[in-house]
Design a protein around this ligand. Structure first.
Ligand code: SF4
Length: 230
């Protein structure tokens, strides 16, 4: 066995062991690491085609690819399309999407200046969590999008996105508020906007925590602080 091959095998073994130690129940899809040229997002969309690679294809209306600035330094990644997104074929367009748009505006940005996508591109029935086999099939496309965009920072929205991108499961209250690494890109986990909308009397408390997370992201991006969240 050549030294190169042995090194590669050892790296893969360490990577898989790291994921097992992190509590992951499945191995993450390989990450596309090449720097992709502008326009590559169109090619990724073409590769997805009328995708039937997982069972979510059976109940979807539209594939929700993602949208925004292909040169953005900031990506938001949620778990999957809901009813409104499935109908429109666009991410975060329902009530949760309206709140996300407000959160982005509070950062001093227009929604069109960031890129928004999900872990899976087809709506899970009754808005259930995507299942492991569905994530394994679909995340290759998100990884290709991340490689094409090369954001400076990713904000994950909710625990499903954390599990799929970072490989561990924990209550959001315990893991939010600090950056993690995903192949050299800082990742800030925060609450999903639909969770924030469900909090009733606690909503200011949780929105305040989400705003603290976003302020750290603004700081990393050198965006001016001093604007307020809700
Ligand atoms: S969720 Fe992803 S992998 Fe599954 S059918 Fe839709 S696009 Fe294909």
């Amino acid at each position: 066995m050549s030294d190169d091959f042995e090194d590669t095998v050892n790296e893969i073994r360490e990577y898989v062991q790291y994921q097992i130690d992190s509590g992951l129940r499945y191995a993450l899809a390989p990450v596309v690491s090449d720097r992709l040229s502008p326009g590559r997002l169109d090619e990724i969309r073409e590769q997805i085609g009328d995708c039937r690679r997982c069972k979510l294809s059976g109940s979807r209306t539209n594939i929700v690819f993602g949208e925004g600035d292909p040169d953005s330094r900031l990506m938001f990644i949620g778990e999957g399309p809901g009813r409104d997104e499935d109908i429109e074929g666009r991410p975060f367009v329902g009530r949760a999407g309206q709140l996300l748009t407000k959160m982005i505006a509070a950062m001093g940005l227009d929604r069109s200046r960031v890129y928004i996508a999900n872990i899976v591109k087809c709506r899970p029935p009754k808005n259930r969590d995507p299942e492991d086999d569905e994530v394994i099939e679909c995340i290759q496309f998100l990884d290709a999008q991340i490689a094409a965009i090369q954001p400076s920072v990713i904000v994950t929205l909710g625990r499903v996105a954390v599990k799929a991108l970072l490989g561990f499961q924990a209550p959001m209250g315990k893991i939010r508020g600090q950056f993690y690494d995903r192949n050299g890109i800082p990742v800030m986990p925060t609450f999903h906007p639909s969770f924030l909308l469900r909090q009733g009397p606690n909503d200011r408390k949780y929105k305040g925590m989400a705003w603290e997370d976003l302020k750290q992201v603004m700081s990393l991006l050198n965006l001016p602080l001093g604007r307020g969240g809700e």
